[in-house]
Design a protein around this ligand. Structure first.
Ligand SMILES: Cc1cc2nc3c(=O)[nH]c(=O)nc-3n(C[C@H](O)[C@H](O)[C@H](O)COP(=O)(O)OP(=O)(O)OC[C@H]3O[C@@H](n4cnc5c(N)ncnc54)[C@H](O)[C@@H]3O)c2cc1C
Length: 383
């Protein structure tokens, strides 16, 4: 129990946990091997109303709060972090399309997104760097009633599996920074767009890869937000996904802790349960405490968002703290399982899966800079 989750949200979480335990968890390790995101499962999640439930009913959502999205996200991630990418990408891209897309273009995509029949990716990072996100080079030129796209995006989650991508590119002068960036919705079956897939350490069912644009054309109606204002307007959606990522990785840490507490209570060494040794129980108690606290911070960020209150600082705190803490927690849990933890299995897969979030969606250094700017003032914390 906690102050952010009322009875309705608790009941929603229980339904999502039942579903995830029965339907998502069984394929967790297989999908790591096959590297295929299960589309049938995605459609099922859509039918259950689990994908982007915060979107209004008019575009296929449930009109629920962001906390509802958060509790569903936790339960899917607990079963398989790669599958919970479906929820993450849908909530992030769904918000962007709904707030910044033209209804006649965005609504059909949003309906398919919430039904679980389409997957959207988001492409910001380029080969020359991701942290300095506004300093991008992919070129977008307006030619009549179309935009022509040339360049490369890299390290994009679901690059080769997505049906459409929200792409950020430069419409302004090369030195226009954040003020010359435009966002577009680009279906992945357009001529001139090719993709590949990397061999990733974790998150293997969703995967990552590059997108290559060679004279790719989309109608101007596919623009998200205003021309040259894509970075400033559209990037605000990242505060939502940062809090969701926090809950996502902490859900993995929580299930690892549950399993490890049970394991150390029954496995014996020197004639006693492992948990009798403070060298075993205290590190777990330490991490368990921090995981509880970090989860409350993530829920608070979503609670603030639901009320339209500022939450960028809290979201940045979630994004640097939770992935590091979750990684340290699962690492400790793995060690507590002795040699068995090192075998191919759920614990080592969890460790591989969550590591990516110490980098993806912005590193800890970048998040701490966001926090420092909020506290000390932007001019006191130059890039
Ligand atoms: C699992 C995963 C999923 C991803 N998914 C996506 C996606 O879907 N879409 C997308 O667009 N991108 C995605 N990315 C890319 C990710 O957003 C970038 O990798 C990230 O922003 C860092 O950029 P970079 O890798 O180019 O590192 P760089 O920007 O080259 O930075 C390298 C190192 O230097 C540090 N550094 C850089 N600048 C500073 C500074 N000013 N102060 C202190 N330290 C600094 C960084 O923190 C980092 O440790 C994903 C990455 C991963 C690993």
């Amino acid at each position: 129990m906690n102050p952010y989750l009322d009875d309705d949200l608790q009941a929603l979480a229980e339904t999502a946990r039942r579903y995830a335990t029965e339907r998502v968890a069984p394929g967790f390790q297989d999908r790591d091997r096959t590297r295929v995101l299960d589309r049938a499962l995605m459609r099922e999640m859509g039918e259950m109303g689990f994908i982007a439930p915060e979107l209004p009913a008019g575009v296929g959502g449930q009109g629920m709060g962001r906390l509802a999205a958060g509790v569903i996200h936790e339960e899917i991630a607990r079963a398989d972090l790669s599958i919970s990418y479906i929820n993450l990408l849908a909530s992030l891209n769904g918000q962007i399309l709904h707030e910044h897309g033209r209804p006649e273009i965005a609504t059909p995509w949003l309906r398919k997104l919430t039904q679980g029949s389409t997957l959207l990716a988001i492409a910001l990072t380029e080969p020359r760097g991701g942290s300095d996100a506004a300093n991008l080079r992919l070129r977008i030129e307006r030619v009549g009633d179309q935009y022509v796209i040339n360049g490369e995006k890299t390290s994009i989650s679901a690059a080769d599996q997505a049906d459409a991508v929200v792409v950020f590119g430069r419409t302004g002068a090369p030195d226009s920074g954040a003020h010359g960036v435009t966002a577009l919705l680009v279906p992945t079956d357009v001529p001139g767009l090719t993709r590949n897939r990397f061999d990733c350490h974790g998150q293997r069912a969703i995967g990552r890869g590059s997108l290559f644009f060679e004279n790719v054309r989309v109608p101007v109606e596919h623009r998200l937000g205003d021309e040259d204002r894509g970075f400033v307007q559209v990037m605000q959606g990242f505060d939502f996904s940062r809090a969701l990522i926090g809950l996502q990785v902490l859900a993995v840490a929580r299930v690892a802790l549950e399993e490890t507490w049970a394991y150390v209570a029954q496995r014996e060494s020197f004639g006693k349960p492992l948990s009798a040794f403070q060298g075993v129980s205290h590190p777990l108690a330490d991490l368990d405490t921090q995981v509880q606290a970090a989860r409350l911070l993530c829920l608070q960020a979503l609670w603030l968002k639901d009320r339209g209150l500022p939450h960028s600082t809290e979201a940045a705190m979630c994004k640097w703290w939770a992935p590091k803490l979750a990684y340290d927690t699962v690492h400790q849990c793995l060690l507590m399982h002795g040699h068995g933890g090192y075998d191919r299995g759920p614990m080592e897969q969890r460790l591989r899966d969550i590591l990516g979030f110490q980098i993806g969606d912005g590193t800890a250094q970048i998040m701490k800079t966001i926090i420092a700017r909020a506290r000390a003032g932007r001019s006191a914390v130059p890039a």
